[in-house]
Design a binder for this molecule. Sequence first.
Ligand SMILES: Nc1ncnc2c1ncn2[C@@H]1O[C@H](COP(=O)(O)OP(=O)(O)OP(=O)(O)O)[C@@H](O)[C@H]1O
Length: 739
Amino acid sequence: MSAPSDAVDGAAPSAAGLAAGLIDAEAERRRQQAESSREVLFADELLPGVGDEQLSLRAGLAAGGSATFLTLTTLAAMDELESAALGILAPDIRDAFGMSDGAIVFISAASGAFLVLGALPMGWLADRCRRSRVIGWAGIAFSAMVFACGLAANAFLFFLARFGVGVAKSSTLPVHGSLNADTYPIGVRGRLATISAGAARTAGALSPLAVGGIATLAGGDDGWRWPFLILGLPALLVAVWAFRLPEPPRGQHEMKSVLGEVVEDVKPMPISIEAAFARLMRIRSIKSSIIAFSALGFSLFTGGVLSNLWAEDHYGMSTFERGVWGSVSGASLLLALPIVGPWYDRLYRLDPSRALALLGYLILPGAVLLPIQWSMPNGIAFMIAGIPAAILSSVTFAMVGPVLSSVVPYRLRGLGSALSAIYIFFIGATGGALLAGLISNAYDARVAVLVVGIPSTLIGGLLVVRSAGFIKHDLSLVVQELREELDERDRQLQDPENIPVLQVNNIDFSYGHVQTLFDVGFEVRRGETLALLGTNGAGKSTILKVVCGLGTPSRGVVRLGGRTITYVSPEQRGSYGVHLLPGGKGVFPGMTVRENLEMAAFRVRKDPADRDRRFAYVLDLFPDLAGRQGQLAGSMSGGQQQMLALAMVLMHDPEVLLIDELSLGLAPVVVQDLLAIIERLKADGLTMVIVEQSLNIALAIADRAVFLEKGQVRFEGPARELAERDDLARAVFLGKEGG
Ligand SMILES: Nc1ncnc2c1ncn2[C@@H]1O[C@H](COP(=O)(O)OP(=O)(O)OP(=O)(O)O)[C@@H](O)[C@H]1O
């Protein structure tokens, strides 16, 4: 039941009846929304990577060639070696530069924040450029900055060098993750991630020995510099080799698993970071796991440094002793990784939600293990007791990559990983470092670890378990999107002359938590005028926002001339010819008509011939405005201002013109003038989508109509057929103005 249809029936509903109706309608909307957010559209075996044949590691590696994996793993191992070096050398660097505990904890963990600065551009590059090049250049920068750490003359220069290392390292998560996911089949992602983490850990485990050994051998106050100076060279060699790695088609393994073939987008449209992030944060399994892993980051990143400081200050352990125990801890993780990787891959093939839940259950015991470790009576017991918690958190962190690769839309892999890097390292690592640094300075390292570590482990574990409940739904959306792409590709191949100018397919859209569009879809052909009709609040204006890029849908695709523009920015869509005339006042009232039009011609200010052509066209179309060019826009009538707003949007020479509320609030005589102009635009071949409250006006101008109710399409077809649908037509305002 809805208020508008009651009103049309002519019955005067009571206030209580209206309120009950609204409550019912809201309850129905919530039910529909809850259903659509968990609904699994396809059987398990149709989801990417689920129910596939078991794949041996060797076959998986052979499918993409082992060079990529080996190179990326070596680079990741060097990252880890370098990070571990910092943890081990922290007390020496602190003493060399006369810093406090808080300062060295902050500098070590703040690489996380520096890493975030690079993550966005790296993710953006990963989604649009050849990834091997990005990896090569980032590797070169990394080796240079590591070298600079060893040469730093004071604490500030050391801080700057750490900044450089952090930014250079930021390619690891977005670019390596994206390249690995597109190079190797889904069935081996868990194992590859654990091998990579294992190699990194081996480097990390050897690092304390190597780093401690080199620093002790070099001796003196400056011994800590040598490990940095020596590491720079091999990092440089691997980076140069990385330029030679092959570039696989994006999303190829999801496509092979779901469609049996690869549909390659050869000239993809540029992706807007804002749209990508908006879309990603609407995918619930991604959002929950990203927040979960950032909560975990609070304890994971500061834990190592604080343990080392505590071991030296409280138990009097030397650099070498700490190094040995760090190596033992790292080595014991290696025993766990070969179990978890295959376990994850097997579970994922059977049921992805169980694979994700497994990770959550592995995180939770850490909340009990931490206080046990930090209550140990001596250094050796302390180091041994820390091993189980370190293993569990590191194992689950190794799986961030495979989890994200499975649910992030393949076009957004780089930015998806960048988003998680921002959350994990900026909020998790830096937030954790600041908090732990403050608490450590005010109390001690133990209080810092317990206050920060226990809640973050609990929150992280529970959120990962929660995200397991959404993953099948989210994977089924991946399938739907891939199938839609294949159908579209086939359609374009069969009938290349007949590609619609605008396509809106399977769109879901929410304002915050309130979903307003449900599976909306329609097409507009070149030169066609489509009317969007519906009751108040049905979602008509929202559709226009989605088409012009002011809103990012949580599902579905928008295409312009057959090319996907779902993640393209509004400005860029404007340059491709999609323009919106918003409802309400669309002019600058304090400027003259001429100045308003000049503002609209800003884009072509450097091309006087084109600018003059547009002026001539618009002034010819609106002779009344031609005579009022010196008049202030605000002093004109509502109808004249609407004409000026239309003239301004036409100055952009649109290919698709979207008009919100064409006739709302205008006098009948003005509406007649407007309709004459719309007729002329139609005759000139302009494609238009017009939101219109009046059925009569819609019938007068539109070739086809889409009727919406409560965010769903109830009718799509020739406008005159809508007039014959009594049930729908009654719900629309029968236009006072037009007719
Ligand atoms: N910025 C916003 N934030 C939150 N909710 C919004 C926002 N804009 C619109 N809505 C809600 O979204 C739903 C669809 O609104 P929309 O404006 O798209 O409908 P419409 O069909 O154009 O209606 P009308 O003809 O009344 O403008 C409505 O329930 C509206 O209240």
